[in-house]
Structures are given as structure tokens and as C-alpha cells.
Design a protein around this ligand. Structure first.
Ligand SMILES: Cc1cc2nc3c(=O)[nH]c(=O)nc-3n(C[C@H](O)[C@H](O)[C@H](O)COP(=O)(O)OP(=O)(O)OC[C@H]3O[C@@H](n4cnc5c(N)ncnc54)[C@H](O)[C@@H]3O)c2cc1C
Length: 338
């Protein structure tokens, strides 16, 4: 294991400057267990990374930054109705979605083009265009960082919620996910009720099929979201806040036109709309900015994590002052006291 300070800037889509005590990529279970043993012996905490598309390094970290890069897709069971797949954690998420579509395994179409790995997908229960990962997950396979033991978690063990799971709670920083089992359908049942997707698919002679949904989602995402390859970003920087129904009604009365969506516990507000109303769209300084086309996305133009988080805190304060609701940061932040 390297002991010199390791540069992390190329490991995340925000490309923020930061260093780690050590970093290592491992491609199989024996190498993973050996790396965990070495970190334990050196007294180093472990930070697990995938493609770094939902991570902010706000400063240097005294840790082993570890990527589990194993790939592979295995059909565990298949019948006329469904298929169960085991997919290794290092697989690229969008490649899996595209492959499933080609195979006639349906359900993932709305989740096309979400950056990242299969191993990271359960962490925040990735979701987009009216679909979340959770209902497709049969099991999550993991290795416990503390002792190298193998664990298998069922869907209910994962405690999935909106951009949430047990891996952000009781098992935060406690496991390396090594594979995920998914169950997909052989008959497509396209989900097209998300407003922008419905609009994109409107006016067709025939009901949209799974390929139409996949293509529409890819086109919408390409048109709406900045590409991290050219504009370093981590996607949505804040979760959409959920408020109780009475608060939502009062906000709707004060701000006609405020988008609101039914959600468990009340109504979900559109964080991007709240930020835009507070005048933050396109604001920039110190090498970081609110994207001019999408107020929910913070971008880096060579700035650092401290500048990015300072901008995020100013946005949180102004949204709290104007609308009385708290915006929670979506990406995982490392390198600062919580
Ligand atoms: C342009 C853009 C658009 C996005 N759009 C969406 C979207 O529509 N919906 C959505 O839900 N997300 C979206 N995201 C966020 C991101 O794509 C997802 O959170 C994705 O799952 C992160 O994958 P990753 O491999 O990059 O994980 P990383 O960013 O490397 O890690 C994220 C978290 O997962 C943990 N982790 C990663 N791999 C493992 C593992 N094998 N075992 C244990 N822990 C692990 C890390 O420790 C970290 O806490 C977007 C991001 C970008 C940049």
C-alpha cells in the first residue's frame, strides 16, 4: 500500500483538490480482505469510492481510499416472467441499464445515464424520472470493513427510503458492497407519469415501449444536466425537502406556482425551484458556481471543497430564511468535521 499522500482530484467528478494517506483499487474478494487487513493494522479508516460522482472532498483525508473494481453479470434464475441477476459492484451503472434493455430485462429504463457504479447504487437508492432502485433489489452482498466478514442483506435489511438506505445510517462507512442481486421483468411496464418524461413521450401514435422510455430519458438528461466530463459536478447537490401537508398548503398559498409532489410524510418540494427563486442560478465566485442552466447543480471551475461547501451553506441559509425549510446536502462529504 502506498504511504505517500495520494492525489484524489481525478477520482471524483467534481475534481476537487484533496489528498488521502493511501489509495488502492482491488478487483476480487481476497485482495479486498487483504487491503482491509493492512488498513486495520495501520489504524487507517477506509473510505470506499466508486466513480466519485456523489462525493465531495472538502479537504485531505487520513484514510485508505479504496475502490472495489470487480465486474461481471450472472443470470441466477430466469423464467417467462422475470430474471434474477447478480452484478458485481464495479460494473458501470448505465452499461448495465443498456445491456438489460438489449436482453429484454425490464425496469431500469428510467434510471438510464445515472453516473456511477452498481456498488454505489443502493447507497442512496438512486432514482430518476419516477423510478427508484429499491424494488428491483433482491440482495446486497458486502464485506464488513471491521473484520472482513461477508454479509448478505435483503431488500428490507437495506431500509431504503428517498435517497436513503441503511448504508447511510447504521451501516455508514461499515461495509464494502461487492455485488447486488436484481430482479427484473421479462414484460415491459413503462413508467411514464413523471411530468417531463410524459411531455417528452407525448404525441406518439403508439404507447411508448421500453426503448422509447430509455431514449427519452437519455435525451432529457443530456439536454438538462451538465456533463461532468466537461463541467465538473456531482449532479443534484441538495435533496428535495419533504414538508408536512399543512406547511405545504401554507407555502402554496404564499407562493402560487410552487411545484409540490405527494410524498410519504407530506409533500416534496423542488429544491432547484427554491434555490432559483432565491436568485442563486448562475451565481459564481472562488472557482465554484451554481450552474446557470440548473440551480440544483453546483459546479467547480477549479475551486476547492471549502469554497463549494461555503456556497452550499449560503444557499441553505437563504432558502431557510425565505421558505423556512432546510435543504440537505445530497453527496457524501469527506474531509471536514460534520
Ligand atoms: C451529472 C450527475 C447526475 C446525477 N443524477 C442522479 C440521479 O438522477 N439520481 C440519483 O440518484 N443520483 C444521481 N447522481 C448521483 C450519483 O450518480 C449516484 O449517487 C451514484 O450512485 C454514485 O455512484 P458512484 O459510483 O460515483 O459512487 P461514489 O460517488 O464514488 O460514492 C457515493 C457513496 O457511495 C459509497 N460507495 C460507493 N461504492 C461503494 C461500495 N462498493 N461499497 C460501499 N459504499 C460505496 C461511497 O463511500 C460514497 O459514500 C448524479 C450525479 C451526477 C454527477
Amino acid at each position: 500500500m502506498a504511504s505517500a499522500a495520494e492525489d484524489l482530484s481525478a477520482l471524483t467528478t467534481l475534481e476537487l483538490p484533496a489528498k488521502a494517506t493511501a489509495r488502492r483499487d482491488v478487483a476480487d474478494l481476497p485482495a479486498l480482505r487483504e487491503a482491509l487487513d493492512v488498513a486495520r493494522a495501520a489504524g487507517l479508516p477506509v473510505i470506499v469510492l466508486g466513480e466519485g460522482s456523489n462525493v465531495v472532498f472538502a479537504g485531505d483525508v487520513e484514510a485508505l481510499v479504496l475502490r472495489y473494481t470487480a465486474t461481471g453479470r450472472t443470470v441466477l434464475a430466469e423464467d417467462d416472467e422475470s430474471v434474477t441477476l447478480r452484478v458485481a459492484a464495479g460494473e458501470h451503472w448505465h452499461s448495465l441499464v443498456a445491456w438489460c434493455l438489449e436482453q429484454g430485462y425490464h425496469g431500469f429504463e428510467n434510471l438510464a445515464l445515472i453516473p456511477g457504479t452498481v456498488g454505489a447504487a443502493p447507497i442512496q437508492n438512486i432514482g430518476a424520472y419516477g423510478v427508484e432502485l429499491a424494488p428491483f433489489v433482491e440482495a446486497v452482498h458486502a464485506v464488513r470493513i471491521a473484520d472482513g466478514e461477508s454479509l448478505v442483506l435483503s431488500r428490507s435489511d437495506c431500509a431504503f427510503g428517498y435517497r436513503d438506505s441503511v448504508f447511510k445510517g447504521a451501516l455508514r462507512d461499515a461495509v464494502v458492497i461487492t455485488a447486488v442481486d436484481f430482479r427484473l421483468q421479462r414484460t415491459a411496464a413503462p413508467v411514464t407519469d413523471y411530468p417531463t418524461l410524459r411531455e417528452a413521450l407525448a404525441g406518439r401514435a403508439q404507447a411508448p415501449g421500453p426503448r422509447d422510455v430509455f431514449d427519452a430519458v437519455v435525451a432529457l438528461r443530456r439536454a438538462r444536466l451538465p456533463d461532468p466530463a466537461t463541467t465538473p459536478n456531482a449532479g443534484s447537490f441538495f435533496k428535495n425537502p419533504v414538508v408536512d401537508t399543512a406547511t405545504a398548503d401554507e407555502l402554496a398559498r404564499r407562493y402560487p406556482g410552487m411545484p409540490q409532489f405527494e410524498a410519504p410524510g407530506g409533500r416534496k418540494l423542488a429544491a432547484g425551484w427554491l434555490i432559483e427563486q432565491c436568485g442563486w442560478r448562475g451565481v459564481e465566485g472562488e472557482g465554484v458556481a451554481v450552474h446557470p442552466g440548473h440551480a440544483l447543480v453546483l459546479v467547480s471551475h477549479g475551486g476547492d471543497g471549502r469554497a463549494l461547501l461555503a456556497l452550499a451553506r449560503r444557499i441553505q441559509a437563504s432558502v431557510a430564511e425565505t421558505f423556512g425549510c432546510h435543504l440537505e446536502i445530497e453527496p457524501r462529504v469527506y474531509g471536514v468535521a460534520a
